[in-house]
Design a protein around this ligand. Structure first.
Ligand code: TRP
Ligand code: ZN
Length: 850
């Protein structure tokens, strides 16, 4: 890797491209090791950016010939692209290049997966297909001709002719190159139709390998519901005659929103009751919606540059969260989203990888598809909506679509539509986009003759990259409960703008119990020594479902921390509080299942570290087990009753009601298995007629160190189904106990089915293992060494996937000196590896803090 490739790119350096493009024509002659790509591109000078040298990106291309206005030219080539003398006015650029999709293991650009050709161009993959200004602010209509003997040949836009051996596609909507896609293969479609609100018929196809066509019904249904929802809620219609989705087995991420031709990791398309869990179905619904919603938030309005990534991702995540809430339960969805936010985004934002929602520099943009850009980006939009109200939000979004359709826009553009639509000044609010780190919110309160005062303080910790942080706008949704549990102040949004700020409520008969940050109204860390009694009171009475759950969660966290730090016994207040929720039949079973779920071992490690203590992963693992044992024996009777009650009559349905009942039933089973050694779970496993129950029973068994026979049976039953086999690998790696975790990992990586170049399989083993806190943080450092070995190996093949998984090491500063040393050593060993990718070098350097 040359030094030049490691230079950071800065937001502040943005300049537009010197030319505009009127039309792009591409021809692909497909062949596994010598695909020919011919391009014909009409350029004209950009009046806003005159006088530039003509540079086109291009990597790993073999240039066959180039011409300008029909005359051969000889451009100057480098590792990153070409420069060429060009006419002063408009001109037509032609080039022919050769590429080898078969040799492309990075899964970026044009590559092959199981005999099919497919592309992944976001963020900067198009430059591995042909020479082009590969930046999102250069938009053009594309016409594509694909030549191949394969039966199905697809690209973006509308079909424009096909015969045996070729197909043409025309996409009338100007788009950046990152939205380009091509697929060719022996595929079959599960098809449907959609009529838009204005009466246009759209043909829908989900393309899969033969044999998988019976696993597409749910994805198709989710697509139709997404299309309808975007019309009803955002007044956005689809804008082409066809909408194609293709499932591929080898894919670096979840899915990709290419215009009119979404490409999906097959894991997020294929589902049947026998092979997919309820969670899989829910994720498929969310990701189908997410990619579809990008058609407006991302494609029709795209990003000026990659620093603006949250413009499309934060907004599209926010929209898919709204959609899932509407389809299922808002309360449950909110809790699940916050659990994810805390597990991934808070960890990122409070460690060496912290960066603003809109980063200011990067070396490799692929490293910035992060929880901060996506999930915190969505939280920021949720806060905006709360601050301006639902109507203000609707007006702002209408203005956004109106004003910026066809644009490559910025966060400034986005905030300006809110200012113009609502008359609000968002100057201070904008700090959410520029200041990294989770703000810490604390308070003190007083009650005196009917008046309740609450004094908030926010802290935004300075860091080397961001010194001098300023107070942020924090919408604090608050409610007050009277001593009998009745609500004396319904949810009210306090707008905190100062470092310290007080609010008062008058006319109260008695000292209230505050319910703060209802619905998790801001992505902050609420720091307050609330008593166990008060938490139990809120767990019993809060009218806000999120905060009711949050009270139980916080109580469990306090209890676990005391068990770990002081060897305390499990607390009766908690056991009693959980019991009340478990047996409250007025509560949604899905919600009760969430209350039974304890904070993760990683949560506890972070919490201890925040309190200035050194977490020991093994002690945390044991305490967490002891608390589960205590809950199980204390609630044995009620858990048994819940297990008996929460059956689902009728055929399997992935809808929220049945899924919630199964979730509660399996949560009960998991706890009961700690008491009976696995008798009930063994029966449950044998009787299971769907994957949710089968996997749930196996999980319960493996979690207590049992289930070897069932694991073997599971393997035999599913060894020919890639996606289900991933689950088997995942469970083995995630649930290996600390006494033999390293051996289990080694055995798994030597397994004949450990096809490690497949990103799903790699994540199922290496990713699951590094998420197994006690199994990864083994005292002798063997867990770190194994993961580091695999990251180095994967980096040579697929840098993007390897770099994403290197975050396993981002918590190294939390631990004791021995573990810190071992984790550092693992990172330094990766760093010292010759030929390391730009992706991995940047990640490791950031984690090590140099
Ligand atoms: N834009 C995609 C999404 O959020 C993300 C994505 C898919 C991606 N594949 C990628 C990002 C490869 C970077 C690299 O839906
Ligand atoms: Zn997205």
């Amino acid at each position: 890797m040359t030094d030049g490739a490691q230079q950071p790119i800065y937001l502040a350096d943005y300049t537009p491209f010197g030319w505009l493009i009127d039309q792009v024509e591409l021809t692909f002659r497909l062949s596994p090791d010598a695909t020919r790509v011919t391009s014909r591109i009409r350029f004209r000078p950009n009046p806003d950016a005159p006088g530039q040298e003509f540079f086109l990106h291009g990597e790993q291309l073999r240039l066959i010939r180039a011409a300008i206005d029909g005359a051969e030219v000889t451009p100057a080539l480098s590792d990153t692209g070409l420069t060429c003398a060009v006419p002063d006015g408009p001109f037509t650029w032609e080039a022919e290049v050769e590429i080898a999709p078969n040799a492309n293991t990075a899964l970026e650009g044009l590559y092959m997966s199981n005999g099919m050709y497919c592309t992944q161009c976001e963020a900067e993959g198009f430059r591995k297909i042909t020479y082009y200004p590969d930046r999102p602010d250069v938009m053009a209509p594309f016409t594509v001709r694909v030549e191949s003997d394969l039966p199905v040949l697809l690209s973006n836009g509308n079909p424009a002719g096909a015969e045996a051996g070729w197909a043409e596609w025309h996409d009338p909507w100007p788009k950046p190159a990152y939205l380009f896609a091509l697929v060719a293969g022996d595929l079959v479609a599960k098809s449907g139709d959609f009529t838009t609100a204005s009466g246009k018929n759209v043909k829908l196809n989900i393309w899969v390998r033969p044999g998988d066509e019976d696993k597409c019904d749910y994805a198709l249904d989710a697509l139709i519901r997404s299309m309808r929802w975007d019309e009803e809620v955002y007044a956005r219609e689809y804008d082409l005659d066809v909408f194609n989705i293709v499932a591929v087995d080898d894919f670096n991420m979840g899915a990709m929103e290419n215009k009119g031709l979404n490409i999906f990791n097959s894991k997020y398309v294929l589902a049947s009751p026998e092979t997919a869990t309820d969670d899989d179905f829910a994720r498929i619904e969310a990701i189908i919606a997410h990619e579809y919603f990008h058609n407006w938030t991302g494609n029709r309005i795209t990003c000026r540059d990659w620093f603006q990534l949250c413009l499309k991702e934060g907004l599209t995540v926010f929209r898919d969260q709204q959609f899932s809430g509407d389809m299922r339960s808002h309360a449950v969805k909110r809790i699940e989203d916050v659990l994810m936010l805390r597990a991934r985004q808070f960890r990122e934002d409070n460690g060496p990888l912290a960066h603003p929602v809109r980063p200011e520099s990067y070396v490799e943009i692929n490293n910035f598809y992060t929880a901060t850009v996506y999930e915190k980006g969505a939280e920021v939009i949720g806060m905006l909506k709360r601050l301006v109200g639902d109507e203000g939000y609707a007006r702002a979004l209408d203005l956004y679509f109106d004003r910026h359709d066809g644009d490559a826009a910025t966060i400034e553009d986005w905030l300006k539509v809110f200012e113009d639509a609502t008359g609000r000044d968002l100057g201070q609010f904008k700090r959410w986009y520029s200041q990294p780190g989770s703000p810490r919110l604390s308070y003190t309160d007083h009650f005196n003759s009917g008046r309740y005062e609450i004094h908030f303080k926010q802290e935004n910790q300075d860091t080397k990259s961001h010194p001098n942080k300023q107070p942020q706008v924090i919408p604090i949704a608050i409610g007050l409960l009277g001593p009998n549990g009745d609500e004396v102040l319904p949810t009210t949004v306090l707008e905190m703008t100062e470092a310290r700020q007080s609010f008062a409520f008058d006319g109260l008969a008695a000292r209230p119990v505050p319910s703060i940050l209802r619905g998790f109204s801001a992505p902050v860390i609420l720091d307050h020594d609330t008593t166990a009694q008060e938490r139990a009171f809120l767990l019993a009475h809060d009218t806000d479902p999120f905060n009711r759950w949050e009270a139980g969660r916080a109580l469990a966290k306090d209890v676990l921390i005391r068990m770990v730090a002081d060897g305390a016994a499990p607390d009766a207040t908690l056991l009693h509080g959980i019991g009340r929720v478990l047996t409250d039949d007025d509560l949604d079973p899905a919600y009760r299942a969430l209350v039974l779920r304890l904070p993760s071992e990683d949560d506890i490690a972070q919490a201890l570290f925040d309190q200035g203590r050194t977490p020991d992963p093994l002690t945390i693992h044991r305490a967490s087990g002891a608390l589960k044992d205590a809950i199980a024996s204390h609630l044995r009777h009620d858990l048994g009753a819940a297990y008996e009650a929460m059956t689902c009559p009728g055929p399997y349905s992935p809808e929220a009601v049945d899924a919630g009942r199964r979730a509660l039933r399996l949560a009960a089973l998991g706890l009961l298995t700690r008491l009976d050694g696995g008798a009930l779970a063994t029966t449950h496993f044998t009787d299971a007629d769907n994957m949710t129950d089968q996997q749930g029973a196996l999980t319960a068994l493996l979690a207590v160190g049992a289930g070897e026979d069932q694991a073997a049976a599971f393997y035999d039953q599913w060894r020919h189904d890639r996606l289900v086999l991933d689950k088997w690998f995942m469970l083995r790696a995630a649930l290996a106990g600390p006494d033999n975790a390293a051996e289990v990992l080694t055995t798994l990586t030597r397994h004949a089915d450990f096809d490690w170049k497949n990103p799903n399989r790699f994540r199922s083993v290496i990713g699951a293992y590094s998420g197994n806190a006690a199994g990864f943080h083994l005292a002798d450092g063997s867990g770190y060494a194994l993961v580091a070995d695999w990251l180095i190996r994967m980096d040579g093949v697929n840098p993007q996937t390897a770099a994403r998984m290197s975050t396993a090491f981002d918590t190294w500063r939390r631990y004791d000196a021995d573990r810190q040393g071992q984790m550092r050593e693992a990172l330094e060993r990766i760093q010292a590896h010759s030929g390391l990718s730009r992706d991995m070098s940047e990640m490791v350097a950031r984690m090590l803090g140099d």
